[in-house]
Design a protein around this ligand. Structure first.
Ligand code: C2E
Ligand code: CA
Ligand code: CA
Length: 920
């Protein structure tokens, strides 16, 4: 059986396993979310930067075209002006003669050109670049003219733009009549320089130049600083390549200095718009700007000009939406993971709770089961052990602990077989059987702690639990039963009077002894001792004295003999002695002598010395025979020879001692002569009315007054008489005797009846009916006063013949009784076919009757009454039996309580009494 701790461990294991799986799932989920976020991010990054590049390129192209248009317009405008002959001529004249008229003329020509432009002023210079005239705003010319491009333009004879430059001016602002002096303002300016040639022919000499003071704030600066959407970092700049440097034409948004000409040599590994422009590369790229900040930049050359337009935006700004997306993604992912983990945790908790619940449920069930086992077995009267599949004891009830005497803890260290007196082989067999048959029952001996043993019956069976199988062994202490059985066995094999082995036991032992003798080539010797004239003692001194003598002699013999020898009581006054392992017959002779002497020693009874002698017959195996029966018979024959030889001696059997010449023949001869010698006597036992004790009749019982053996019981000689046929003679004699005697008694007691026993042999005699009729006639007894007793077995031999005969008998007028009823095997179905009048309840049933168990007697009485038969009980020996039988409805009886069978004289005396109840 798994302990709860084991169970818990497993649970723990399962739990941690579950946790691991959960963690794994969570990890995978996280990875998945991160991966998808990364892919999404990557994709977004690409699209965003691609979109930004496209946008930037479009913007750059657009602005470059606008700048191109503007430039073209400005140049065309300037060229138109410089190609004006009239103006040129005026200028040429003015340069020669600087008269106000000529100046005015020029001014009148220039002013319209100014009005529709974004210019502050137009300045006319001479060929050396000195301003000689201007129209437009009244400006400080020196400050507003960039000399360098002027020189270049004059030098190269081409239209040129200057860079943007700043002009600081101190303006006096008038405000509500007050004057606030010196407000410093800053403007940006740009010059467009168009050289003037005589007659407008560039091949002619240079007259001077027209300088357009352009206010870039009107177009260029707004264009450059404008951006389709508000942006914190985006800017576009116009630049011009000068050798390997780049000149900024428009201001930068983040410029630290106003330096317009910047070094474009980028640091190692950097690419800047400037560096690309020096290499005259256009297009969009990722690089760094003048601040060394990563930017996405686009370069476009302005058509037909040395100008480049650079538009750029901080990479950070471009990627700002990506960051937003990333942030949103991250937040979403985190929220998702958080939600997932919370859900998983909740789910896990729930699983945990469910598992816990089921675990406790199991625990509870287990407890309930063991409690039930406890209750069932704790106080059981049998010993109960709970044993695991290996036979290890794991539980025991109180009764078991008491009985074995071990403390509980110690008992549990044993296996079941340790307590049993079984061999390993037997144990295995038992275990095998148990496996196949679910349950076994067997008997064995068990050990207690003190080493003593006791017999048990073990009843073992499997019990199934949810976790494996156990064996429940119910062990019953069968000491009492065993003792009773032993007692029975002892009784069956021993003589109750002397306690010696009986005929049965010695026969068994003789059989073994014969086999052993044959094996070992030794001899087994049988001695049959018959006490001489013992019947005399019995008859004269009574059975009690006889019994005491027998007991004493038995004891003496037992003490004298070896342990290996057996002495048994064989019959009334006969003993059998078995000597085993005999090699010399001389040993037997001395022992036979010794036994004879032993018997001869006087027995002291009530102060009187009794002297006995014995005759011994001896047979030897295997010489005489190897059959038990024969050996006994031969010893018997030898014993009779010893008797014939004058008693008090012993004789070895010799084959010439014919068995028939022995005892049987002697007895038979004696029996035949007994009638003539008038040794036969009829005794009478009264049959009484039990409540009053009045004699109503008698049963005639034969006695043989043997001159030598004394009074011999009919049990001893009637079987022989039957066998030899002498019974017919004796029976007839007894019948006549009884009838005659009854007729005599009837003088005073006219209704007195007589019951006479009929033997099987007589019953089968064809002349029976005639013979009886004759006797009745001869003696003069009325037939109705005669009752013949038949035994059951006699009737059952051939039912129809028996019925026929019985019918003939009853026709005579006599009545029929069934003797010893209940001991035979009468078929009850036939009972009512027999013409019988009476059932005689056998002595054994009367004897075994008690207050709470009237048993068979009651049944027979009921049966008899049902069939309308009279009932008489035999063998009533005490008043209790009498009372009980009366209660049961049996009115008549015979038995020692009223009287033993007695001589006719004694019976006559009894007849004169009104009652023979002992108390009255
Ligand atoms: P049974 O016919 O059953 O005779 C009754 C036996 O019971 C008699 O034994 C009698 O002495 C004995 N008895 C009567 N009352 C008591 C009692 O209270 N206690 C005890 N212990 N015994 C009691 P018995 O006289 O030794 O006769 C033995 C058997 O011999 C008879 O049994 C019967 O079967 C047979 N027998 C006797 N006489 C004759 C006879 O003339 N002819 C035939 N064929 N058989 C006879
Ligand atoms: Ca009888
Ligand atoms: Ca009887």
């Amino acid at each position: 059986m798994a302990s709860p701790a084991d169970h818990h461990d497993t649970a723990h294991h399962q739990q941690s396993n579950g946790k691991l799986i959960l963690l794994l799932v969570f990890f995978c989920l996280t990875m998945l979310v991160c991966l998808s976020a990364a892919i999404f991010y990557d994709y977004q990054k690409k699209t965003i930067s691609e979109a930004a590049q496209v946008n930037l390129t479009m913007l750059t192209n657009l602005k470059a075209r606008q700048v191109g248009h503007w430039r073209h317009e400005r140049i065309i405008h300037a060229q138109l002006l410089t190609a004006n002959r009239d103006l040129l001529d005026s200028i040429a004249l003015f340069i020669d003669q600087r008269t106000p008229d000529r100046a005015n003329h020029i001014i009148q020509s220039l002013t319209p050109a100014l009005s529709d432009s974004e210019d502050h002023a137009i300045v006319l210079t001479d060929a050396s670049g000195l301003p000689i005239l201007s129209v437009g705003d009244n400006i400080n010319l020196k400050a507003h003219i960039d000399p360098e491009p002027l020189v270049t333009a004059l030098d190269r004879h081409e239209v040129m733009f200057s860079k943007l430059f700043h002009v600081h001016s101190n303006a006096t602002i008038h405000h509500h009549g007050h004057s606030h002096a010196d407000v410093r303002t800053t403007h940006v300016h740009m010059n467009l320089i168009a050289p003037l040639y005589r007659h407008g022919d560039p091949a002619q000499e240079i007259l001077g130049a027209l300088i357009f003071i352009i206010n870039p704030e009107h177009f260029l600066v707004p264009l450059m600083s404008s951006w389709p959407v508000p942006s914190p970092s985006a800017e576009s700049v116009l630049v011009r390549k000068v050798d390997n440097k780049v000149l900024r034409l428009t201001p930068t948004r983040h410029a630290v200095s106003h330096e317009m000409l910047v070094s474009v040599k980028p640091p190692e590994g950097y690419e800047t718009p400037g560096s690309r422009i020096t290499e005259e590369k256009e297009g969009v790229f990722l690089g760094y700007d003048y601040r060394r900040v990563p930017v996405l930049a686009s370069i476009k050359k302005v058509e037909n000009s040395p100008w480049y337009l650079v538009a750029k935006i901080d990479k950070k700004e471009v990627m700002a939406p990506l960051f937003r997306i990333a942030t949103i993604e991250a937040v979403t992912a985190i929220m998702f993971l958080a939600a997932a983990s919370i859900m998983m945790m909740l789910w896990w908790r729930r699983q945990q709770a469910l598992y816990q619940a089921s675990y406790y449920q199991q625990q509870l069930q287990h407890q309930m089961l063991s409690q039930r086992f406890d209750n069932l077995t704790r106080f059981a009267n049998d010993l109960v052990l709970l044993v695991d599949a290996q036979g290890q004891i794991i539980d025991a009830n109180e009764r078991a602990l008491d009985t074995y005497g071990y403390p509980e803890d110690e008992l549990k260290t044993f296996k079941l077989k340790d307590l049993c007196d079984l061999s390993q082989q037997e144990c295995d067999l038992f275990w095998e059987q148990l496996k196949v048959e679910q349950g076994v029952r067997f008997e064995t001996m068990q050990f207690r702690q003190d080493g003593s043993t006791f017999p048990v019956e073990i009843n073992a069976r499997w019990i199934d639990l949810d976790r494996g199988h156990l064996v429940q062994a119910i062990i019953r202490d069968i000491s009492e039963r065993k003792a009773a059985e032993d007692q029975l066995v002892h009784q069956a094999y021993h003589d109750p009077l002397t306690g010696l082995p009986n005929r049965l036991l010695i026969s068994d032992r003789l059989k073994l002894a014969i086999a052993k003798a044959r094996r070992h080539k030794t001899q087994a010797v049988l001695l049959l001792l018959d006490l001489d004239r013992f019947k005399n003692i019995n008859d004269t001194l009574g059975h009690a004295v006889g019994d005491r003598i027998l007991t004493t002699l038995a004891q003496r013999m037992q003490e004298t003999l070896r342990d290996t020898d057996t002495v048994a009581r064989f019959g009334g006054d006969e003993f059998l002695v078995l000597l085993e392992d005999i090699r010399e017959l001389s040993d037997v002779v001395s022992l036979a002598q010794k036994l004879s002497d032993l018997v001869s020693q006087p027995v002291l009874i009530d102060g009187e010395e009794m002297c006995l002698t014995t005759s011994v017959g001896i047979s030897v195996a295997p010489e005489d025979s190897i059959e038990v029966d024969k050996l006994i018979r031969f010893a018997d024959t030898a014993m009779y020879r010893a008797k014939e030889k004058g008693r008090n001696n012993f004789q070895f059997y010799t084959p010439d001692m014919n068995a028939h010449a022995g005892r049987r023949l002697q007895l038979e001869n004696n029996l035949r002569k007994a009638l003539q010698r008038q040794e036969m006597v009829v005794y009478y036992q009264p049959q009484v009315e039990m409540d009053t004790g009045r004699i109503i009749g008698s049963e005639a019982l034969l006695r043989w007054m043997h001159p030598e053996h004394g009074l011999i019981s009919p049990n001893d000689f009637i079987p022989l008489a039957e066998e030899t046929g002498v019974i017919e003679e004796i029976g007839a004699w007894a019948l006549e005797q009884a009838c005659q005697q009854t007729v005599a008694w009837q003088k005073n007691h006219p209704e007195l009846k007589i019951a006479v026993n009929l033997s099987a042999r007589q019953f089968r005699n064809e002349n029976l009916v005639d013979d009886i009729e004759q006797i009745l006639n001869k003696t003069g007894l009325a037939a109705r006063h005669l009752e013949m007793e038949l035994t059951e077995s006699l009737l059952m031999e051939d039912v129809d013949v028996a019925i026929d005969l019985m019918n003939r008998l009853t026709k005579l007028g006599i009545t029929l009784a069934i003797d010893d009823f209940g001991t035979g095997y009468s078929s009850l179905s036939h009972l009512n076919r027999f013409p019988i009048d009476k059932l005689k309840i056998d002595r054994s049933f009367v004897n075994s009757m008690s207050l709470d168990n009237s048993g068979i007697a009651r049944t027979i009485i009921t049966l008899g009454r049902t069939l309308g038969l009279s009932i008489i009980a035999e063998g009533v020996e005490n008043n209790e039996q009498r009372q009980l039988l009366l209660q049961l409805g049996c009115p008549q009886a015979q038995g020692y309580y009223f009287s033993r069978p007695v001589h006719d004289n004694a019976f006559s005396e009894m007849l004169e009494k009104p009652t023979i109840l002992p108390n009255s």
